[in-house]
Design a protein around this ligand. Sequence first.
Ligand code: NAI
Length: 468
Amino acid sequence: MNNNFDVIVIGSGPGGYVCAIRSAQLGFKTACVELSSTLGGVCLNRGCIPSKSLLNSSELYHKAQKEFNTLGIETTNIKLNLRKMMDNKKKSVQILTKGIEFLFKKNKIVHLKGKGLISSKNTVTVVDDSQKKTNYNTKNIVIATGSEPASLPGVKIDEKTIVSSTGALSFDKVPEKLVVIGGGYIGLELSSVWKRLGSDITVIEFLDHIIPGMDKDISAEFLKILNKQGINFKLNTKVTKINISKNKAIVEFINNKSSQKEKIECDKVLVAVGRKSNISENISKLGIKLNNQNKIQVDEKFRTSIKNIYAIGDVIAKGPMLAHKAEDEGIAVAEIIAGQAGHVNYDVIPAVIYTSPEVATVGKTEEQLKKENVKYKIGKFPFLANSRAKVNNETEGFVKIITDEKTDRVLGVSIISAVAGTMIAELAIAMEFGASAEDIARTCHAHPTHSEAIKEAAMAVDKRPIHF
Ligand code: NAI
């Protein structure tokens, strides 16, 4: 094999593999280095994809147990076969990671197996399983090495009793008691999975609200919904210590306000307090600048402090740690290398929590706009008044649209709904096209659909919803 490339991408997660495909499409001789035996990174192997498989299966199990009867579907003896559920998850992961292998072959991308290290600005050294080192020359390097779970000081994740999302996606039996540290994306999605499968769940969150950064209205309503589902919350609470004894954990914590101390004994502890970027030692040795959170600093063209070395996804100090943000950056960087105008609009990146109901947002929150002194209007519409949600027994949640007071331009949207994750795409498009609430209100929406609630919320901005 010829060891000279135009682009070498390090990491094959959603940022890296998409960047490699776009580079190859643009005519570059491209390679992608991956340390793990399968392509796809955290998202496909132990993140987004396996968690969505378990969220889907556990929701169906829950519905079969608790909701089918009311619909006139009588079932007896519904049993959980956790191993089968996990096998189904593994199968989905396998199919999708193989899919990337296929796409690499189709686009003639060379898959370099091993750990990729940048030895100089034009050399990537790949160290394989047998520690054999091979150098590859390249005109451009894209760092897309992603992130790994963060932990708390003094807490060691052993993936047995104290687990990260990786361990919590593969329990071999349903934990009787599960303590989840962190009320963010991972904490709440995995709490939902194990609650539906029978665990007693307590979420410990340091702040006085869940999902920090999301609209406060949404966060408050979502907390009520999750409480109703039987998930226990300890807000404003700090974990001080975790002791392990005989396969059990004792989690000690203290209330930030009252200083009241408590402890819970449980079978498993999930630590979901955020993720940290994967930055190999030689990156700082090369002089690539990092910020104070150990993330790579890039300019508007995703260039690091070394101009032919680019970085995207969870390793950079830009935007949220989300798979689709990384994908868009992967496409943009390949186009920038090709001399095109690659671009990512950080003001319009949707975010979704795949619980039941789902939570989805795009653009600014009310709190952000207040801070920025922007004058705004709000239109809200509840799913209680949406016919499709009603017939499906999915009446929890609402759509909240925030627009500029003067121009009516949509600035931000938050949705809680059974299908919020799918609905939010309409708003992302609206915002990319600079739409006003009036534009959405005058767009015909099919009946009966959950999306009619978007049209109604847009009409509510002008205080004229029809069904509420
Ligand atoms: P997160 O940042 O979403 O939430 C972490 C939570 O832990 C926050 O609420 C924070 O206040 C809390 N916390 C921090 N320190 C704490 C402490 N000492 N005690 C108690 N609580 C503490 O992080 P998470 O859930 O680990 O997710 C990591 C990343 O993965 C996020 O950036 C998220 O965007 C991404 N992700 C996205 C998903 C999606 O798009 N559906 C699903 C899963 C993860």
